[in-house]
Structure formats: C-alpha cells, structure tokens
Design a protein around this ligand. Structure first.
Ligand SMILES: [Zn+2]
Length: 160
C-alpha cells in the first residue's frame, strides 16, 4: 500500500479500503490510517505558500486537483505574560479564514474526497465546524456541485 490510503485495525491489523463505511473493525478495534507520507523538501519549504498545504506530502490526499484551500494555517504566535506567568505564546487562530482553528481540518476533509468523505465524517459523528461561516466559506470555494456534501457534514446543532 505504498501510494494508496486505507485503514488498518489497531487490534487485529485487518486492512480496509478508504471507501469503507465502517467506523471501526468488527473486532472492536479503532482504525488508524494506513499510509506512508512522503518526505517533503525542507530546503524548498520557504518557497511555498504559507498554509497547511506547504506540507502537502504529509497530508494524505491522493489527488492534488481535489485540494480546496482558503490558505488555512500560519497564524501568528505572539508573546504574552500574565502575572507570574512569563514567556507565554498565544496562537492567534481567530485569524484563520473563518475565524476558527477548524479551518485546517475542514480543508483536509473536503480535499480528501468531497462529498463522499464528508458523508463518512457524518457517520462518525465528526464535527465539520462550529460556525456557520465555516460551511459558507468552503461552500463558496467548492462551488455548487459539492454544496450538498458540505451541508450534510454538519451536525444538527451546526445547521441552526
Ligand atoms: Zn480488527
């Protein structure tokens, strides 16, 4: 399974394709990703865009054309101190495109297979995002064709 992505049972090591609709093995074992990331060119990283996709080789997406990104990631760290607590670094994830740290996961989820992957996350009670703006921003990037898949990704509470 060199270039393919699948799942592997943590208990019995049974292999599953990425298309499985199961969320765990019948033996009760949770899945882990069965995939080997490629090394990325460290010397050329600074030439790439400042987003999570700078590390493309370590993100398990098979088709580059499926990547949907709003340039998530690379939010700044700022020094902060409070009382006796010195040398604190605050990560300003509210500067992500939708204001949520979940933009990174949303980009990877949508890029991994559009509607099919989103449907799987719903079955696993995954959380696509906690803000309506998450869905709206990615919906705009995805276009109308995948719009329904994004809507299905939200839990009941997220859709209100
Ligand atoms: Zn198993």
């Amino acid at each position: 399974m060199e270039d393919e992505i699948g799942f592997l049972c943590n208990f019995c090591n049974k292999e599953y394709t990425i298309e499985t609709r199961d969320f765990r093995c019948p033996c009760g074992g949770p899945f882990k990703l069965n995939w080997t990331p490629k090394p990325f060119p460290i010397s050329h990283l600074s030439e790439r865009r400042r987003s999570i996709w700078r590390y493309r080789e370590s993100i398990p997406i098979m088709v580059d054309d499926n990547i949907i990104s709003l340039d998530e990631g690379f939010t700044p760290l700022i020094p902060f101190s409070y009382g006796d607590f010195k040398n604190i670094l605050l990560k300003l994830d509210y500067l992500c495109p939708s204001g949520s740290y979940k933009d990174r996961g949303a980009s990877v989820l949508i890029s991994s297979g559009g509607g099919d992957c989103v449907r799987q996350s719903r079955r696993r009670k995954g959380d696509f995002g906690n803000r309506p703006s998450d869905r709206g921003m990615f919906r705009n990037r995805l276009g109308e064709r995948n719009h329904r898949g994004v809507e299905r990704a939200g839990t009941e509470g997220n859709l209100r």
